[in-house]
Design a protein. Structure first.
Length: 83
């Protein structure tokens, strides 16, 4: 599952991006990876481990909703039902 979001460019600043994706790990768990920063620059990466896939998906959706309320728009999604 993957969601890529960004804000519109403002005041000569590049748009900000927020990238969320879930990846299965080798220890029968799931990792939610978030990357955020300015477009065209390496972003800050965070990883959160979950033992259950549905917990990772619920957190991904909750984080997507929080960023939407902050002005981010979904540009690309894969494997996610957008509401």
């Amino acid at each position: 599952m993957r969601i890529y979001m960004q804000t519109p460019a403002m005041d000569n600043k590049p748009p900000r991006f927020y990238h969320l994706h879930i990846q299965e790990d080798l220890l029968e768990g799931w990792t939610l990876i978030t990357e955020t920063g300015y477009q065209g620059v390496s972003g800050r990466v965070k990883k959160i481990h979950f033992s259950q896939r549905n917990n990772a998906v619920d957190t991904l959706i909750r984080m997507r909703d929080i960023q939407s309320n902050k002005g981010y728009r979904t540009v690309f999604s894969e494997g996610v039902i957008l509401e």
